[in-house]
Design a protein around this ligand. Structure first.
Ligand SMILES: [Zn+2]
Length: 79
């Protein structure tokens, strides 16, 4: 099993989670995540962490922002 640092992926991962990727970058990140065990595990960990943080922040959010976030969440409904 190869264990590479995945520097490029590390960069993409943060943007991936922040939903700030371009379409091309998004595809690059998805492709990498599906083929890289290390990064896909990191991604799952980071995402569950962020979901937890978001959940605990939900009560303080204005309704408009909530529906905006729901839209964004719809993008990774298959994850
Ligand atoms: Zn990787």
């Amino acid at each position: 099993m190869t264990r590479e640092p995945c520097d490029r992926c590390e960069e993409l991962l943060q943007d991936f989670l922040d939903r700030t990727l371009t379409d091309a970058e998004w595809r690059e990140a998805e492709t990498h995540l599906s083929g890289c065990d290390y990064c896909s595990r990191r991604y799952r960990f980071e995402e569950s962490l962020r979901k937890y943080v978001k959940t605990s922040a939900v009560e303080r959010m204005p309704p408009g922002l909530m529906s905006k976030l729901d839209e964004l969440r719809g993008l990774d409904a298959t994850a």
